[in-house]
Each structure stands twice: as structure tokens, then as C-alpha cells.
Design a protein around this ligand. Structure first.
Ligand SMILES: Nc1ncnc2c1ncn2[C@@H]1O[C@H](COP(=O)(O)OP(=O)(O)OP(=O)(O)O)[C@@H](O)[C@H]1O
Ligand SMILES: [Mg+2]
Length: 503
């Protein structure tokens, strides 16, 4: 349509609007409605398309719109096969190229078996007046424009957009890299105490590498599966979509390894919360509200980080040596005032308010020291004991570290593991090959023999300790026999004597 045609159309519409305004004053209300519909129908006959735009940044603080990110991710897969002009960039891990639509490019998308056709275009509006700034240019507006025929309005709004957002979100989750967030930093800066900093999480632990009894492992995996698929279930029973795990056991039994495996299995981020670096309950609240869904919030050594009476000391004792070497994270007068009730409040209430799909994990070496209020079911729903290495655990190590599932020395090792307490960390250390010049078989033999030596030594030590203990017990009981009633008698006799003297 030429410029003249557009001008003609404009003046026709203006006349119609005028007629409509006049008619409004003389005709009843339902007629006004009727006229409006007619007018709309008329305009649709001339231009039957509807546009919806999705800006990249929204809100007062110009937050990147989640809808925009989902559409972008959806269009990456759609446009790669359809667009003629594509932009190629390295993905986050720089290992592969990611294609996206070039600006001003348009792609079509068919929905409902081809019954509904829509057009997507990527648009960038340049800044009106170029300005000099050190910061990224905020005046540049990017948005996606969706165009569709007005007769598909309901299908597009009710079903198509839902499909786009859901598929885009799923693709985003699939390609996102897991992150490890922490609230501690070597830099003593106030901002970092109140916010999370993150690194890409690359720890390779998975359930395949966790050494524990297969039945126990299966039970944990099933529990996680039920949690992950439980969105509707939690909504139905009116509970926040969260689950608490308490991992307890001696040092080196795999608590941290288990958390990494859980995160990998669920594809969640980890927030490693160092309570001793949190100033007070409100700082804790702020940090926890900042956590996102699909995450595991970890508080390691909960018994040391949070003194159940409200003050804290043990962790500081434990870390005293480290602190001597590095500058303290917080000035002395500024020790953390996070309380048990502050933490409980969050777990119970606040959490429910800030969205779901979060797991909280506490770890401890001393489960018996914990306040029952902290670990009751409903807060810490599942208690998992990680203990000394058993033969099933050893088999996992043998397979992963040495690549063997049977060996003539296994029987001896099984026997020794039944008699000796050794942590999985020690077993792992023994099964790590120390030289590169030997063959696989020699490696396995050497490692297994080394492990047997360690186990035999541990057995010997345990026997010596048990003997010493028995000796001490005998001496103590002997003293008790000698000291016991005689001493009492002697004491009371002396007292009587004294009383007599004073009389
Ligand atoms: N159950 C296990 N399965 C596989 N590896 C394990 C296991 N337990 C320990 N390890 C190995 O030992 C090392 C130490 O384990 P981890 O840090 O998980 O122990 P922890 O229980 O968290 O100890 P701490 O109480 O001192 O924090 C890990 O790097 C891992 O290689
Ligand atoms: Mg640990």
C-alpha cells in the first residue's frame, strides 16, 4: 500500500471514529457496543494481525525478563533450522557454538499441527542520542515481537505461549551450568558478607562414585526423585516445596561428597552458607531470600557454626589456626549474632514465602550434640548416616579407582573391613595409584596390598587401644574398691575426731 493509500485509510478511520463518537450520544449503550465490534471487525479485515512484544528488561530496576530469556532459548532451537540470518557465539563453556536469530530477522513457527502460524522477530531499537558511558548501554532496547492472526488469539494466548515458555525454560535448565555460591570471601568487604558470590560448580562426584551400600544409595535417590517430581503433591498438601536432609557421621565419610552428588543428580545449584560469616538474623534472612529455586542450601558442621545457646565459639576455636595465618573475616566486636530461632524461623516460615524447590542440608560429625528442635522431622526430614567403609563401599571404590570387580585379595579385605573402622576417605587414599609406570594389574595388586597393610595396622592399633583401655578400667575399678567404703569410713572417722577435738 502506497503513502496515498495509507493517508486515505487514515482519513476513513478518522471519519468512522467521528461518526462513532456522534452515535454514542444518540443511541443506547448496546448499540455502542455493537458499533465498536463492527469497527474492530472492519479494522481486522484491513489488517488482521495482532502483535505482542516481549522486552528484554522490565520493571523499575530493569531486571532481565524471564519471559524474554525463555523465548530466546526457545527460538534458538526453532530459528537454527528456519532463520536465514543467524548469529553464532560460543556457549558458556566455550566448547560449542550457540546460534540465535540476528536482529530484524523473522522466523515462522507452526503450532497445533500447522493450524496456527505465528511470526517471531527480534528487534533492537537504537538509542535516540548517543551518550558516552562506562557502563553497558542501557538505552538500547531489545525485544521479541510475536505476530499472529487475530482468529488465533485464544489459541496463542492460552496454549501456544505456554508451550513456548515451558519449552524455553526446560532448554535453559538443561544447558545452564550448576553454580556453587558462597557467602565467604577472602576479601573483607561488606558487600560480600551480605551477598553470594559464585563459581561454576565442576565437582565430579556423582552417585556412581559415592561409596555406600547400594540399598541405602537407592533409597536416597528415590527420595530425591520423589521430591523433584513433587511440585503438585506439595501444593496439594499445602506445604512449601522443600526438604531437609541431615547428613551425619565421622570426618571423611563422604558428607560433602554426598551433597555434590545430590546437586549433580538433581542439577541444582549449591549455596554453601557459612553461618559464622553472617552478621545477624536479618543478614541471614537477606542471604536466604536471595537464593533461587532448584538449589541446595548447605550448612556444614552445624554444631560448630551455631551454638545452641545463641552464642558461637566452637567453630572459631576450630579455625583459630587458620585465622592466625589469614586476616579475620570479621572484626572481633562484630561476631555473628545468628540464633537458632532465627534459623528455625527461616526453615519453617520464611522459606514457604520465597518459592519452592529448595533442599537444605545440615552436616555434622556429632549428631547427638544437636538440639532436637533443629533436626525434628518436618525440618530435617531425612537423616542419613554416613559411616565407616564397609565392603559394599569398598567395591564402589575398587570399580571406580582400579576398574576391577573381583580380585583374590577381596576376601581378605572383606574380613578386615568387618573388624576395623576405616573411613572411606582413607580407603580412597589407599586405592589411588601413586606411580604411572606400572600396568593396570600391578597397580591393582599394589593398591590392594597397601590397603590390607593399612587395615592390619589399624586392627593392631585398635587392639592395643582396647588393651590399654581394659588396663585403665581394671586400675580404675581397683582404686574404687580400695578407696570406696574405706575412704568414706576414714573420712567420717576423721570428721568425728575433729568434732571431738573442737568440743
Ligand atoms: N562415601 C564416599 N564415597 C566416595 N568418596 C568418599 C566417600 N567418603 C569420603 N570420600 C573421599 O574422601 C574425601 C573426603 O570426603 P568428604 O569431604 O566428603 O568427607 P566429609 O564427611 O564431608 O568430611 P568432614 O566431616 O571432614 O567434612 C573426598 O574427597 C572423597 O574422595
Ligand atoms: Mg565435609
Amino acid at each position: 500500500m502506497g503513502a496515498m493509500g495509507l493517508a486515505g485509510l487514515g482519513s476513513t478511520l478518522a471519519s468512522l471514529m467521528f461518526l462513532f463518537a456522534v452515535a454514542r450520544q444518540y443511541f443506547p449503550f448496546n448499540l455502542e457496543d455493537l458499533l465498536l465490534r463492527r469497527l474492530l471487525k472492519f479494522t481486522y479485515r484491513i489488517y488482521p494481525y495482532i502483535h505482542v512484544s516481549f522486552p528484554e528488561f522490565t520493571g523499575e530496576h530493569l531486571k532481565r525478563s524471564e519471559a524474554y530469556s525463555c523465548i530466546e532459548s526457545y527460538l534458538i532451537s526453532t530459528s537454527t533450522s528456519k532463520a536465514r540470518s543467524l548469529r553464532a557465539e560460543f556457549g558458556k563453556d566455550s566448547s560449542n557454538l550457540v546460534f540465535s536469530m540476528e536482529h530484524s530477522e523473522e522466523v515462522t513457527d507452526d503450532f497445533d499441527g500447522g493450524k496456527v502460524r505465528v511470526w517471531w522477530s527480534s528487534i533492537k531499537s537504537e538509542p535516540q542520542t548517543p551518550r558516552f558511558s562506562f557502563y553497558p548501554e542501557t538505552q538500547e532496547h531489545r525485544f521479541y515481537k510475536l505476530t499472529f492472526h487475530h482468529r488465533h488469539r485464544n489459541t496463542v494466548i492460552e496454549r501456544y505461549l505456554k508451550h513456548v515458555l515451558e519449552s524455553g525454560k526446560a532448554a535453559l535448565i538443561k544447558k545452564r551450568q550448576r553454580r556453587l555460591y558462597t557467602n565467604v570471601s577472602h576479601r573483607d568487604d561488606e558487600w560480600r558478607k551480605l551477598h553470594w558470590s559464585h563459581v561454576t560448580f565442576e565437582r565430579q562426584a556423582s552417585f556412581d562414585t559415592v561409596a555406600m551400600h547400594p540399598d541405602k544409595k537407592r533409597e536416597i535417590i528415590e527420595d530425591l526423585n520423589a521430591f523433584k517430581a513433587g511440585k503438585e503433591y506439595y501444593a496439594r498438601i499445602g506445604k512449601a516445596w522443600k526438604r531437609g536432609y541431615l547428613l551425619y557421621g565421622p570426618p571423611g565419610t563422604g558428607k560433602s561428597t554426598m551433597i555434590a552428588a545430590m546437586a549433580k543428580y538433581l542439577d541444582y545449584d549449591i549455596y554453601d552458607l557459612e553461618l559464622t560469616a553472617v552478621k545477624d538474623n536479618s543478614a541471614l534472612r537477606k542471604l536466604l531470600i536471595e537464593t533461587t529455586g532448584k538449589s541446595i542450601i548447605v550448612i556444614e558442621d552445624i554444631d560448630c557454626s551455631l551454638d545452641l545457646s545463641g552464642s558461637r565459639k566452637k567453630k572459631e576455636e576450630k579455625k583459630e589456626e587458620e585465622k592466625k595465618e589469614s586476616p579475620p573475616e570479621m572484626p572481633k566486636e562484630e561476631t555473628s549474632k545468628v540464633t537458632l530461632s532465627g534459623l528455625l524461623n527461616f526453615i519453617d516460615g520464611l522459606w514457604s514465602a520465597c518459592g519452592g524447590e529448595r533442599i537444605i542440608v545440615f552436616t555434622t560429625n556429632y549428631v547427638e550434640k544437636l538440639d532436637p528442635a533443629l533436626i525434628r522431622r518436618g525440618r530435617m526430614d531425612k537423616h542419613i548416616e554416613l559411616s565407616y567403609c564397609n565392603f559394599e563401599g569398598f567395591m564402589v571404590f575398587a570399580k571406580n579407582y582400579l576398574g576391577i570387580e573381583k580380585h583374590k585379595l577381596f576376601e581378605k579385605i572383606q574380613c578386615l573391613l568387618g573388624e576395623v573402622q576405616i573411613t572411606p576417605a582413607d580407603v580412597a587414599e589407599n586405592l589411588m595409584t601413586k606411580t604411572s609406570s606400572r600396568g593396570v594389574e600391578e597397580d591393582a595388586n599394589a593398591c590392594l596390598e597397601g590397603l590390607i597393610q593399612t587395615l592390619e595396622k589399624a586392627k593392631e592399633d585398635a587392639t592395643i587401644r582396647a588393651l590399654e583401655k581394659a588396663k585403665e578400667d581394671v586400675i580404675a575399678s581397683k582404686e574404687e574398691v580400695e578407696v570406696g567404703p574405706n575412704m568414706e569410713e576414714r573420712k567420717s572417722g576423721e570428721l568425728c575426731k575433729k568434732e571431738k577435738v573442737s568440743d
